[in-house]
Design a protein around this ligand. Structure first.
Ligand code: MRU
Length: 358
């Protein structure tokens, strides 16, 4: 029976898989409350992704993989044989892959789980199939944890002494199962004693910066100041910023980067002020199937996120809003792409391909 719960427990404060349940730190409630959300079905996991209880490209991917494992385990516990468990996992894949469209880590994780199902077609019990799914999800989680640490090391090398860094959205431990993407070099620089301060864009409309990044940096004792998004260019003008670090939700083959809306404006401001603009993302965020940024699907979210603040309507009753959750920054504005495999600079199809194939 060892294989039945072969990879039963994984650990990260953001998400973990525990004996057939996906346990998430509910990010919608932070920083006010630290409450766990327990998903015992793939539908619950998909809803947690859609409603952003869990968010951030690598975290979404790993949560989806565990969501498939949850469905497989439930079918095995209910007495299902290999074909029932496979059927439940395939249904879960179909449900989870549509939860959010932009972060390719989600589609990539589901693809990986489907390959695992095909690879182990000869298994004879439902419990064995469920264990394969658990092991696959755990392996993806381990990969992302290690990738975060490696990106931290590579990225910290790019920052000078007393670095004053500006970040957007949340690309830290809450957005990944590890120490983050864009925040990883910041943790590393802080540990090395080379970080001065982090300017945290509040990140309208969902305030991932002021709610989540500030919470994370505060817990880690890292000096930071929250700013309104529109202050960033002025800080650059006054020489207060040395570099901008952002994560990514999907990187096209030519290096165009989809990330939280507002990222493009930061890249333009960096180019104007001659500042480095670094994108930090694992290779699981590169999508060779998208030739350019124009091929990346951009999620449109509920206009209420823009028209309301904390559930209170602030715009006139009949006013409508646009709410694309992401924008696309052309590769030409990205100084370097930092991945777990190293740094691509300049960012072009050939430097990216070199890294992905390495
Ligand atoms: O809508 P979100 O909060 O999921 O958006 C997250 C981001 O845009 C992050 O910058 C991106 O996922 C990289 S996170 C490690």
């Amino acid at each position: 029976m060892a294989a039945a719960y072969g990879c039963a427990v994984s650990s990260s404060p953001t998400l973990r898989y525990e004996h057939g349940t996906l346990v998430l730190l509910d990010q919608r409630l932070l920083p006010g409350a630290r409450r766990e959300l327990r998903c015992t079905t793939a539908a619950e996991a998909a809803e947690a992704i859609r409603s952003m209880a869990v968010r951030g490209a690598p975290a979404i991917g790993v949560a989806a993989a565990h969501g498939v494992a949850v469905a497989g385990r439930a079918a095995a516990v209910a007495g299902g044989g290999p074909s029932e468990v496979r059927g439940a996992a395939e249904d879960a894949c179909a449900l989870l892959e549509t939860a959010r469209p932009t972060a390719v880590n989600l589609a990539g994780a589901i693809h990986r789980m489907r390959l695992a199902l095909m690879r182990d077609a000869g298994l004879i019990s439902g419990a064995e199939v469920a264990a394969v799914l658990e092991a696959e999800a755990a392996e993806l989680e381990r990969f992302e944890v290690d990738a975060c640490a490696a990106m931290g090391r590579h990225g910290a090398e790019l920052l000078g002494d007393n670095a004053r860094v500006l970040v957007h959205c949340n690309a830290g431990s809450l957005a990944t199962p590890g120490i983050g993407t864009a925040l990883a070099p910041i943790y590393e620089a802080h540990a090395r004693g080379t970080l001065d301060v982090v300017f945290v864009d509040e990140t309208r409309p969902r305030l991932q910066g002021s709610r989540l990044t500030a919470y994370e940096l505060g817990e880690a004792g890292i000096p930071h100041l929250v700013i309104v998004d529109s202050l960033a260019a002025t800080l650059m003008l006054h020489g207060a910023v040395d570099a901008v670090l952002v994560g990514a939700d999907r990187i096209a083959a030519n290096g165009d980067v989809a990330n939280k809306v507002g990222t493009y404006a930061l890249a333009v401001a960096c180019a104007h002020h001659g500042l480095p603009f670094y994108v930090v993302a694992p290779t699981t965020t590169v999508d060779p199937a998208c030739e350019t940024g124009a091929d990346i699907p951009i999620e449109e979210r509920d206009p209420a996120e823009v028209l309301e603040i904390a559930g209170e309507r602030v715009a006139p009753a009949l006013t409508r809003a646009l709410n694309p959750a992401f924008d696309v920054t052309p590769a030409s504005l990205v100084t370097a792409l930092v991945t777990e495999r190293g740094v691509a600079s300049p960012v072009t199809s050939s430097t990216i391909e070199g890294l992905v194939r390495r």
